[in-house]
Design a protein around this ligand. Structure first.
Ligand code: TRP
Length: 343
């Protein structure tokens, strides 16, 4: 059964299920996804199989966090009536496509992938790189193409994975061009947020749970307070009356990312630069902004946590829908390539 390319933009994105999501995820992609779900066909993948590529020693953690991340999605406003939320390991077509795609990439190309190179460094694998980890770009290509996604909203660090996906897509399309007459799979485009990555509360470039500098979406008011108090401002700004620096000031970076009133933030910046705005007052403002943002998310999270059957039901329905879509793609790929089909 040939599947014709559709004109509605299809979005696929996902998260490794290694821990609950935090403010960095919110600024970098979650709020985009909430906005995009209204006029796109959107799929969210709970990437538990990918999470195992560097967590095989702790599969329990990966499994537990499937529900945690799904709960985060629902708490921030992902609507299961608009977005299909699905579980990677429960979609056999993804594994089937991965196994095929591994024949369309070289080990050298995988080793050159800048994302993989950075992540291997960061994880300190040395020479002991799990093969599944080195090869996960082929699996991510399977994720993206199985849904025929054309838009992939991700952080900048993921761009090389989309590029490698498109290389596989072009190879396959070229190979079947003569017989098929149209593209077998669409190429995908990374949708990278304009605002840069949200730094950690300690000012380090990346917010991460393992780095101990993250604000989880479930943070209590006390945790919000502690995080904001830790934040680095301008070390030269000793008295409220001193002129202060706004660039590189983590509190302002967060206000830029989350304050619903950018004009008020611009006025605060002017006052800070001039001298006269103290760090304590500045931090109070951010604390209020984060409480207003995270309070309702935390409450929805608490309601969902009391109803695990509801969350499981969302995953069952979404994964069922995703199974149909991804199996159709695997079918079309088998046909186009002329793979053996057991009659
Ligand atoms: N690699 C992504 C991350 O680490 C997670 C992911 C898995 C993903 N499959 C995907 C993202 C497909 C976009 C599309 O966050």
């Amino acid at each position: 059964m040939p599947v014709e390319p559709s004109s509605t933009p299809v979005i696929l994105t996902g998260d490794r299920t290694t821990g609950p999501l935090h403010l960095g995820h919110y600024a970098g992609s979650l709020r985009n996804r909430v906005a995009l779900q209204h006029d796109h066909r959107q799929y969210l993948l709970l990437a538990d199989a990918q999470a195992l590529t560097d967590n095989a020693h702790d599969p329990g953690r990966v499994a537990r966090n499937v529900i945690e991340v799904a709960t985060d999605y629902l708490a921030v406003g992902i609507d299961p009536a608009l977005t299909t939320i699905c579980v990677q390991s429960a979609l056999p077509a993804l594994a089937e496509l991965t196994l095929l795609y591994l024949n369309f990439v070289t080990v050298a190309r995988l080793e050159r992938n800048p994302t993989i190179k950075d992540e291997i460094q960061a994880r300190g694998f040395g020479r002991d790189i799990p093969a599944g980890f080195l090869c996960y770009p082929a699996a991510q290509a399977a994720d993206i193409t199985a849904f025929r996604a054309t838009l992939v909203p991700v952080g900048e660090d993921q761009a090389p994975l989309i590029e490698q996906t498109n290389e596989i897509v072009r190879r396959l399309n070229r190979q079947v061009a003569g017989t098929l007459g149209h593209d077998l799979l669409p190429e995908a485009r990374a949708l990278i947020p304009e605002v840069g990555r949200l730094p950690g509360v300690d000012g380090r470039a990346k917010m991460s749970k393992s780095g101990g500098n993250a604000v989880p979406l479930s943070a209590s008011d006390a945790e919000i307070n502690a995080s904001v108090q830790r934040m680095y401002t301008d070390p030269g700004h000793l008295r409220a009356s001193d002129p202060g620096r706004v660039e590189g000031n983590v509190v302002f970076t967060y206000l830029d990312a989350f304050d619903p009133d950018p004009e008020a933030v611009a006025a605060l910046k002017a006052e800070y630069r001039r001298g006269g705005l103290g760090d304590a007052a500045l931090k109070r403002r951010l604390e209020g902004v984060l409480r207003d943002l995270l309070g309702p998310i935390r409450e929805r999270r608490a309601v969902l946590a009391r109803d695990p059957d509801f969350v499981m039901d969302v995953l069952r329905t979404g994964t069922g829908r995703a199974r149909t879509v991804t199996a159709a793609t695997w079918d079309a790929v088998q046909d186009a390539l002329g793979l053996f089909r057991l009659a």
